[in-house]
Design a protein. Structure first.
Length: 168
């Protein structure tokens, strides 16, 4: 019986320690999900997706949806993606994807990369890229979505943006 009491106490201490640790909100310094800069929150997530919220605003005639995403792809790498979807086959579709890095000293986003994809006589266009980036910064993706028919100018245009993800 004397041997069982210390064993039981140790087991209870381990269980209590695990329970107490799970209740803590542990966060490394430099992370702050409450800061919003130019429409994007600074987050600790591994992925963030932005969209035109299921519709074009102001309501467009030709565009159905636009989306973009940024994903942590490992040490010092991000995978970025952007796409534009039309309601039907369109004469012209385009997506311009911008990758921004957050400058903590200046308190704003600065563009570090961009890429455009264009398509004709289709309803979908997309672009993606894996980029090597500086560690210790937040990154986000912004996208401009454009589409329409040649005889109905100007084209519909809208945008999407992700939150910023921290790359260690």
């Amino acid at each position: 019986m004397k041997r069982k009491i210390p064993s039981i106490l140790c087991t209870l201490a381990v269980i209590f320690g695990m329970f107490a640790t799970s209740l803590m909100d542990v966060r490394a310094s430099g992370y702050n999900d409450d800061i919003q800069v130019d429409g994007s929150y600074l987050t600790t997530e591994d992925k963030s997706t932005g969209s035109t919220s299921g519709g074009i605003s102001p309501q467009g005639v030709y565009l159905m949806d636009g989306e973009c995403s940024v994903t942590n792809a490992g040490v010092g790498k991000v995978y970025v993606y952007a796409a534009t979807t039309g309601n039907t086959d369109l004469d012209y579709l385009s997506v311009v994807m911008y990758v921004d890095q957050y400058d903590e000293k200046e308190g704003n986003w600065g563009q570090v990369y961009f890429e455009q994809a264009e398509a004709y006589d289709t309803y979908y266009v997309a672009t993606s890229k894996q980029l090597k980036v500086d560690r210790g910064y937040y990154y986000r993706v912004r996208a401009s979505h454009v589409g329409g028919m040649d005889d109905a100018q100007p084209y519909d245009e809208t945008f999407s943006v992700t939150n910023g993800i921290y790359i260690k």
